[in-house]
Design a protein around this ligand. Structure first.
Ligand code: GFB
Length: 328
């Protein structure tokens, strides 16, 4: 552990979300002493003046920008104005305030949906802006591309140490399990759990998947992303720029699977044996999303939670939450 980092004032924007919570917990576990967070009620990051005031008062050394409006394929499609508008506003306020107050390092979290819909697989950082985006999440993707480009521009024009991590589809404890807004993994976990013994004869009821089940996705356990953030915080900038001149690093596991295969794995973990159906009126989205993780590997980092282990831990969290009736 880098003992100097331990004393830095580290602001985690979005520390109540699944990602921010995991980063907070992980940095706290490894000994970071000065973690700072604000709930969205206490500080609306879309407000540039309030954000600037907060930065001036707290003078963070490090910033991890994990605050964002996020959601699954349907939420992205249904609320395009919120997905592009809120994300642009949050990024603009936080990145500018970090620049104005001389933050030492900022890590901006993007998403692999920034890459073209038909990018060659695995998708390398170089495929950014080489083709059209997937229509269902273009609004979110455009905002995240702009956030990365703002970081890159701050570095180019002012020499600011601002980096972007592009995590693949994330999941884990603290995820959104609301079937209308969630991503596929928590949605299928919940559906399989609720279908257990739910048929009139006491056997397992069916689970309905959206779309064909053929799209392929890569899933990263949120604690692995938290460790990637720690690792990047502790890696000198010149080492990072050597492999990532524009400051962008994919974070993934290097393996994908079809949604149908994900369903089968979730059935095993949950113990669901009922039939699987498909609602083909729902969109498939991008056919495949697997990232090229060679930059992070070259720096010396790789993910270490297997998909089964991650799903088991997430399911434990979900069951505790359901049985204790704690609603998000
Ligand atoms: O996870 P997901 O919502 O988002 O969907 P994306 C992944 C795939 O799973 C799609 C299918 O092909 C869905 O049709 N799917 C099957 C389901 N059943 C379900 C279900 O019950 N719920 C959900 N949600 N999907 C998002 C982007 O894309 O990924 C965001 O919209 C962001 O912008 C995020 O990038 C990481 O992987 O398609």
């Amino acid at each position: 552990m880098n003992t100097q980092n331990k004393e830095k004032t580290t602001y985690i924007a979005g520390h109540r979300g699944m990602v921010g919570q995991a980063i907070w917990q992980h940095l706290d576990d490894v000994g970071y002493e000065n973690l700072v967070g604000r709930t969205s009620d206490a500080l609306d990051l879309r407000d540039p003046h309030a954000t600037q005031d907060f930065f001036e008062a707290k003078q963070p050394d490090f910033v991890v920008l994990a605050a964002a409006r996020v959601g699954g394929i349907l939420a992205n499609d249904r609320y395009p104005a919120d997905f592009i508008g809120d994300n642009l506003a949050i990024q603009q306020s936080v990145i500018n305030a970090a620049h104005e107050t001389g933050v030492e390092r900022l890590i901006f979290l993007g998403s692999t949906c920034i890459y073209p819909k038909h990018a060659p697989q695995p998708m390398s950082e170089d495929s950014l802006l080489t083709g059209p985006l997937e229509p269902t999440n273009q609004w979110y993707a455009v905002a995240k591309i702009a956030g990365h480009k703002l970081c890159e521009a701050m570095h180019r024009q002012h020499g600011d140490d601002m980096l972007t991590l592009m995590p693949t589809n994330l999941y884990g404890p603290g995820d959104d399990f609301d079937l209308e807004t969630s991503h596929v993994l928590p949605a299928l976990l919940r559906k399989a759990h609720e279908a257990k013994s739910a048929a009139p004869d006491g056997s397992d009821a069916s689970v309905t998947l959206w779309g064909s089940g053929e799209p392929r996705r890569e899933f990263l356990y949120v604690d692995d992303l938290a460790d990637a953030v720690r690792f990047v915080l502790e890696t000198p900038e010149d080492e990072i720029r050597e492999v990532a001149p524009e400051g962008m690093l994919n974070v993934g596991v290097g393996e994908d699977l079809s949604i149908n295969d994900l369903m089968a794995l979730i059935q095993e973990v949950v113990g669901h044996d009922g039939p699987i159906e498909h609602d083909r009126s729902k969109p498939d989205g991008t056919p495949r999303k697997l990232v090229d993780t060679s930059r992070m590997e070259e720096l010396g980092w790789s993910a270490d939670t297997s998909l089964r282990e991650g799903i088991e831990k997430t399911y434990e969290w979900f069951k505790e939450r359901v049985t204790s009736n704690v609603e998000r």
